[in-house]
Design a protein around this ligand. Structure first.
Ligand code: C5P
Length: 236
C-alpha cells in the first residue's frame, strides 16, 4: 500500500505542531525538513513521535563519508524512521550512511538516496548533460547496487525504478489536478504516483496551505485509494 507523508514545511515549530494536531488521526507520516529542524531540532521529532506520527527526517546529507556516517548516527537517535542522503555523494558516502544506520539495530531508520530533485526540469542541472529522468534512473540503479533502502524520485521515474530495482520509491512533486505546481517541475497526481508504484507520496503545500488541511489530506488519501497500485517488484 502506498503511504502519504505530509511535508510539514514550517519555520515556526508552533505552527508545525498545530498542523500536526489538525492532521493527527488522518495521516500517520510527516516530514520534518531543514526549515524546521534547524530551529527546533530533535525535540521536534520527539514531540511528533509522541503525537503518534512516524517521522521522515529529510535533511539530505551530502558530505565526506565520515561526516555523513556521523550525521546519520546522530539522526538515528532522534527516532526518525526514514532519512535522506544525496545519491550523488557517491558509493563510499552512501555505504557509510547505511552502515551507520545499521548500528541502530531493529529500529534503524531507512536510508533513502535523493536522485534528482523534483524541482529540476530539462536542462536545469548544472554540469549534467543527461535529462533529469534518465539521470534519476541512473542514480537509482547505483543506489540499488550500493544497498540503499530506497530512493527519492519523481512519479515519472518511479515505474522504471520499481521495475528494475528492489528499491522503495518515495515521490515528492505530487499535485492533485488543478493545484499549483509551485517550484516543482516533475509533478504527477496522487493517483498517477500510486499507479507508478510509489511506496511513499510526499505532499506539502497542497495540504499545509489548504483552508482545511485535514480535508485536503483526506481527498488525497481517497484519490490514492481509488486506483490500483502497480507492484512490479518484490518490495510491494
Ligand atoms: O510543498 P510540496 O508538496 O512541493 O513539498 C514537497 C516536499 O518534498 C518538500 O518538503 C521538499 O523539500 C521535498 N522534496 C522534494 N523533492 C525531492 C526531495 C524532497 O520536493 N527530491
Amino acid at each position: 500500500m502506498s503511504e502519504l507523508i505530509v511535508a510539514m514545511d514550517f519555520s515556526d515549530p508552533g505552527d508545525l505542531l498545530a498542523c500536526a494536531d489538525e492532521l493527527r488521526g488522518t495521516v500517520s507520516w510527516c516530514k520534518v525538513g531543514l526549515e524546521a529542524f534547524v530551529l527546533a531540532g530533535p525535540e521536534l521529532v520527539h514531540k511528533l513521535e509522541q503525537k503518534g506520527f512516524r517521522v521522515f527526517l529529510d535533511l539530505k546529507f551530502y558530505d565526506i563519508p565520515n561526516t555523513v556516517a556521523a550525521a546519520v548516527r546522530s539522526a538515528s537517535r532522534t527516532g526518525a524512521r526514514l532519512l535522506t542522503i544525496h545519491t550523488q555523494g557517491g558509493e563510499a558516502m552512501c555505504r557509510a550512511a547505511l552502515a551507520a544506520a545499521r548500528e541502530a539495530g531493529d529500529r534503524r531508520p531507512l536510508i533513502f538516496g535523493v536522485t534528482v530533485l523534483t524541482s529540476f526540469g530539462e536542462g536545469q542541472m548544472p554540469g549534467i548533460e543527461q535529462g533529469p529522468q534518465d539521470f534519476a534512473k541512473h542514480l537509482a540503479s547505483l543506489a540499488s547496487s550500493w544497498g540503499l533502502d530506497g530512493v527519492v524520485c519523481s512519479g515519472l521515474e518511479a515505474p522504471h525504478i520499481k521495475t528494475h530495482t528492489n528499491l522503495l520509491a518515495l515521490c515528492p512533486g505530487i499535485r492533485p489536478k488543478g493545484a499549483s505546481a509551485n517550484d516543482q517541475a516533475r509533478v504527477v497526481t496522487p493517483a498517477m504516483a500510486v499507479q507508478a508504484g510509489a511506496d511513499y507520496l510526499v505532499v506539502g503545500r497542497p495540504i499545509t496551505k489548504a483552508a482545511d488541511p485535514a480535508g485536503a489530506a483526506r481527498a488525497i488519501l481517497e484519490e490514492m485509494a481509488s486506483v490500483p497500485r502497480t507492484c512490479p517488484n518484490t518490495t510491494c
